[in-house]
Ligand binder design. Structure first.
Ligand code: 13P
Ligand code: SF4
Length: 362
């Protein structure tokens, strides 16, 4: 039976039965299966995760586990990362293969190779540029970084990684998220005049050779379609309506939003910030809706607002529902694994190097 046919059948069963079956399959499969769940997952799926976390924590867990099957309730690049960090005997499953990341799609290996060649017309990139890829990228880009003395970063460790990268070479090429690179560098005290934006659709990224030579940070022109919906004016409205409110933002938000925020951090850090706050503290949060709604439920004593009046939800994270999770578990039980994510061998070797460089930095 194909996955599509199975899913069609599962959608005809009451959801309560699906939930009961997931519980039963989890009990039956025991420690053969580890379910990893990103904080942006919907509640009905998040509840089944053995480990929940941001992309850094989940990558660390994937590197540690000896479970033979890992179901990654997240998006494609996360499952690829888990496959790179686990042994060939372990399988990584993405419950819905269409759960991608629009930001990760904004840079592909052909483009990055072309940029490296273009940079080589101005300077020697292998001597003076460290490529740094945000973990929200394909395994091919992580492999590129591995092969060219580069590294991976997440929103939880970007500063430490950029310090490392600048410690090795004078410039960083940061992709695919302009905002994480820019917000992190500004927080590190790097002047705006040291940064250039590289538009992959323009010759030399839209820069002159002199601008490239002078820059210490080259920022790929990519963004998260969810986090770009938060605007600085939303923060102004919140502050005028709620005295004492604290604004928390994910570093994928624009610089203008991060500039207005009281705290900028990865999902795991935002959660910890709210947990540690005193009862009665009011927050407006600029990150994905499912996480913000969960924080609201977990902290009824700390009024929490969503920073944008619009619904900023990651629609690809939302694709994973109990039916897809149930289908993934059934496929393990039946010994016919579907939706396996397998990074090609050659890519895996180099991608592992750039990921391990990151994990070794702690
Ligand atoms: P975290 O690194 O905070 O998990 O963020 C990943 C992500 O995709 C945010 O959009
Ligand atoms: Fe990608 Fe944005 Fe969704 Fe994160 S929230 S997975 S960056 S599209």
């Amino acid at each position: 039976m194909t996955t599509q046919v199975l899913l069609k059948q599962l959608y005809e069963i009451p959801e309560s039965d699906i939930i009961a079956e997931i519980n039963q399959l989890k009990a039956e499969l025991g420690d053969q299966v580890l379910i990893l769940g990103h904080h942006y997952q919907r509640e009905e799926v998040f509840a089944f995760a053995d480990v929940t976390g941001d992309s850094l924590k989940l990558a660390q867990k994937a590197a540690e586990t000896d479970a033979s099957n890992i179901i990654f309730c997240g998006v494609h690049f996360m499952a690829e990362t888990a496959d790179v960090l686990t042994s060939d005997a372990q399988t990584v499953i993405l419950p819905d293969l269409a759960a991608g990341c629009s930001m990760a799609d904004m840079a592909d290996d052909e483009q990055v190779i072309r940029v490296w060649q273009e940079l080589a017309t101005v300077l020697n990139p292998d001597e003076c540029v460290t490529p740094v890829t945000y973990i929200n990228s394909t395994a091919a880009l992580k492999a590129f970084c591995g092969e060219h003395g580069g590294i991976v970063c997440t929103s939880g460790n970007a500063q430490r990684i950029m310090e490392w990268a600048w410690g090795n070479r004078e410039k960083i090429l940061f992709f695919p998220d302009q905002h994480l690179g820019e917000n992190t560098a500004l927080a590190m005290g790097i002047a705006e005049s040291e940064m250039i934006i590289w538009d992959p659709f323009l010759p030399l990224g839209g820069n002159t050779p002199a601008e490239i030579e002078a820059a210490t940070l080259i920022l790929w022109k990519g963004f998260c379609s969810v986090h770009q919906l938060f605007k600085a004016e939303h923060a102004v409205t919140m502050r005028s309506n709620h005295a004492g409110i604290e604004i928390l933002a994910h570093p994928e938000c624009s610089r203008e939003v991060c500039d207005t925020a009281d705290f900028v951090g990865s999902t795991e850090r935002i959660i910890a910030y709210v947990e540690q706050a005193k009862p009665g503290q009011t927050f407006a949060i600029a990150t994905e809706l499912n996480l913000v709604n969960r924080l609201r439920i977990l902290h009824p004593d700390k009024p929490i607002w969503f920073l944008s009046p619009m619904i900023c939800m990651c629609s690809t994270m939302f694709r994973t529902d109990p039916q897809h999770l149930c289908a993934a578990l059934r496929s393990i039980r039946d010994g016919h694994i579907t939706n396996r994510i397998e990074v090609p061998h050659q890519q895996k070797r180099w991608a592992k190097l750039s990921l391990e460089r990151m994990l070794n930095l702690g």
